[in-house]
Design a protein around this ligand. Sequence first.
Ligand SMILES: [Zn+2]
Length: 101
Amino acid sequence: MTGHHNDPTYRRNAAIIRQRTRADHAAGRPVWCIGCGRDIAPTQTWDVGHRIDAARGGTHNLDNLGPQHRGENRRAGGRLGAQRTNNTNGTSRASRGLPTW
Ligand SMILES: [Zn+2]
């Protein structure tokens, strides 16, 4: 864990993401994980994560934040992300030309 979660921009925008995600779940709308791209079910736990990690220059702006399965943003995307990282030699989705949403 780093101290960036104390960043005022992160805190403000993360609150917006949380509110939006809860509202989507409450309304029965699908919520997509920014880590693995899969559905986050209302019963699953999630956190606000960075599409581009702050350590790699990602911002705390809304367009770089989104809901992510809990645990994935703690260490490079969890099991699935680790597998993907291994397969792609650590390159990010963006650097491979994939959508970063
Ligand atoms: Zn996920």
